[in-house]
Design a protein around this ligand. Structure first.
Ligand code: GTQ
Length: 348
């Protein structure tokens, strides 16, 4: 409990504290409230990045430097409450990546896991662990921890996607490694689509084998499969009062989230439907793929249309309404929080 003390007492205590510091000690009672808060109070702000504003700036970067020079030509989505933090929410990094025609973002690998939500595919590709996949709008593409990956575009139009990485979680643990490949692009050792054939049809290899450890062996959850699945569910069931229609991306080997640190799901709200208020301890990033959303976040109203990105900090009350029939992708640190046993949510 915080009590006010006289100047004399405060001075005596301060004198005592001064004897602690040289011994690398500190009094807990001065900082306890901040260390063990009664409930989450995010330092981050809800924010919408409108594609109409971000795309021209991203394209300008395309004239400024090559993907190879940049290694990854990305505009980081900086939460306005923490400029320079390279964070969209407390734990998640997000950015907008651009590949121009003929370019290659050279092969590297790192401890951090990455996801891509494709906004403008135009025939671009990413290669993961020796297998190439085409990037099409709405595709959810995964780069597992320490998986080699390069991106490229052989066609004539730019490729743009949203990156989401767990790098702040990895860096928090001071567990991050990365290396570069000698070759710019990986030598392909598997046929395109092989992962989906082996693991993505409710089938699996006879000898249990998880090529990417805790991460799903499928690295492209294509929109031309996920969208019809979601709309089929929407056409035949009632929406959840808090989630609307939503399906999550699964690791078929475990039934868990597709990635060990990052949860991802796809939602549909028919025009006019509004979800009931809900809050949760995960910081969320929403990418609108179709239609338009009006979001109420801790009482403030935001609108987000196609290709806009929304940052929703932890424990913010959220209500979502579709002003047009909407489909949107969400990712968050919920997968990691569940594994640590700390995820919580509240529904009104
Ligand atoms: O595509 O590998 O936005 O390594 C940040 C770091 C993307 C990537 C980012 C990365 C990448």
């Amino acid at each position: 409990m915080q009590t006010t003390v006289s100047e004399g007492v405060a001075a005596t205590r301060q004198k005592y504290y001064d004897t602690l510091a040289p011994q690398s000690l500190a009094p807990l009672w001065e900082v306890l409230k901040g260390l063990v808060p009664t409930e989450p109070k995010s330092k981050f702000a809800p924010h919408v990045w409108h594609f109409a504003k971000t795309k021209p700036l991203l394209m300008a970067a395309g004239d400024l430097l090559t993907a190879e020079e940049a290694e990854r030509r990305v505009l980081v989505l900086e939460n306005p409450a923490m400029p320079g933090g390279s964070r969209i929410t407390a734990t998640m990094y997000a950015g907008l990546q651009l590949i121009m025609p003929g370019e290659i973002a050279p092969a590297h690998r790192h401890t951090a896991s990455a996801l891509r939500m494709v906004l403008e595919g135009n025939g671009g590709f990413t290669a993961v662990a020796g297998e190439k996949t085409e990037m099409k709008r709405g595709d959810f593409i995964i780069t597992p921890s320490m998986g080699w990956h390069d991106h490229g575009q052989e066609n004539h139009s730019p490729v743009i996607w949203v990156d989401g990485l767990d790098l702040h979680m990895v860096n928090f643990y001071e567990a991050a490694f990365m290396d570069h490949m000698n070759d710019k692009s990986q030598i392909l050792t598997r046929a395109e689509g092989q992962s989906v054939s082996e693991y993505g049809s409710g089938l699996g290899p006879m000898t249990p084998h998880s090529p990417f450890g805790l991460t799903t062996p499928i690295f492209n959850y294509a929109y031309d499969r996920s969208r019809p699945a979601l709309m089929q569910v929407a056409g035949n069931t009632q929406p959840d009062a808090h989630l609307g229609y939503a399906l999550r991306y699964l690791n078929p080997l475990t039934g868990d989230w597709a990635m060990p640190t990052i949860a991802a799901w796809l939602s549909h709200l028919p025009k006019g439907l509004e979800t009931k208020p809900m809050r949760s301890t995960d910081g969320q990033t929403i990418v609108v793929l179709e239609g338009e959303l009006t979001l109420e976040l801790d009482g403030k109203t935001f609108t987000a249309g196609e290709s806009d990105v929304v940052g929703v900090p932890a424990w913010v009350w959220k209500k979502v309404r579709a002003s047009k029939d909407a489909i949107y992708f969400t990712f968050s640190d919920r997968s990691a929080q569940e594994k640590l046993g700390i995820y919580r949510e509240e529904r009104q």
